[in-house]
Design a protein. Structure first.
Length: 295
């Protein structure tokens, strides 16, 4: 494991060029375009356009009732009823991962938020199966699970991240990463300093700050490193995981993004992984889960 991979544990998006199978990248980009088309059709309440993005024998499982709705025609009828009944709002989707299982099948994981006037936003997580038929990708099945609405109060929302306070270590034969988290005055911010040590030399140092954005109603973070790079992230809490939608600007001006996932194991251990990584539009391989331990 390279030292620059370990820096991700600290929330800093360091992206390096890596080999990517061109066909896989093309297919995931094609699926992503279909997802964007789905969101656009939903938000203009076009039931026919939404249904046409599903496979002929697709299955939708109703999140609230568990009812299985099978077939494109039945799915079109369901969405038509929803749109006519005024039961829909504006949909936004966060794609967390797209994994090709075969050249004709892929699994997508993500989260959705539906915003309607005068009511609390409705959040859910989902797993979708996509199939490729006649050169086009279609939704074959979708299963949703409801998630809590985003927090709306400040500053106590940061108490959810109190488990991070302390010193953490990630170490292997190639490098050691140390980070120290502490509360700023009045617990309005969490601050950290980190260092990446290779051999007996510090390769990189930096600072990260996490705070509550009262205007946006969400937890955000900012990071600055000794090479001149900087980035920011938006944090979401789902079960025992914290999911961070991160973007960065490297010292050479290149732009990157990734979705970083922190999974809490116990008070002394968490797992970290990074998916949907890209730099300047070029997709990079996912980073598998790494263990990080409290000192």
């Amino acid at each position: 494991m390279k030292w620059y991979v370990l820096v991700f544990v600290l929330g800093f998006l360091t992206v390096k060029a890596a080999g990517v199978v061109a066909n896989e990248t093309d297919e995931t980009n094609a699926i992503r375009q279909r997802i964007e088309a789905y969101v656009a059709a939903y938000n203009r309440q076009d039931a026919a356009a939404v249904a046409n993005l599903w496979a002929e024998d697709a299955v939708y499982v109703n999140r609230d009732t568990g009812e299985r709705i099978q077939g494109r025609a039945a799915i079109a009828s369901m969405f038509q009823s929803l749109f006519q009944g005024g039961e829909t709002g504006q949909l936004s989707v966060t794609v967390e991962s797209i994994r090709l299982i075969t050249p004709e099948a892929a699994i997508e994981d993500g989260a959705t938020v539906v915003v309607s006037p005068g009511v609390e936003p409705v959040s859910s997580r989902y797993t979708a199966v996509h199939v490729k038929k006649d050169g086009m990708w279609y939704l074959d099945s979708v299963r949703e699970t409801e998630t809590p609405a985003p927090p709306t109060e400040s500053p106590s929302q940061l108490d959810q991240l109190s488990w991070m306070v302390g010193e953490w270590l990630d170490q292997d034969d190639n490098a050691t990463v140390r980070t120290q988290w502490q509360w700023a005055k009045n617990k309005r911010f969490l601050t950290s300093t980190f260092s990446v040590i290779v051999g007996d030399r510090i390769e990189m140092e930096g600072t990260q700050i996490i705070g509550w954005d009262a205007a946006a109603g969400q937890i955000r973070s900012w990071v600055f490193d000794s090479e001149g790079g900087f980035g920011d992230g938006v944090w979401r809490h789902v079960g025992n995981q914290w999911i961070v939608d991160a973007t960065s600007t490297m010292s050479d001006g290149s732009q990157g993004s990734a979705i970083n996932v922190y999974t809490i194991v116990d008070e002394n251990t968490f797992l970290w992984k990074s998916v949907e990584r890209q730099v300047d539009g070029e997709a990079l391989p996912d980073i598998e889960e790494l263990p990080v331990h409290r000192q």
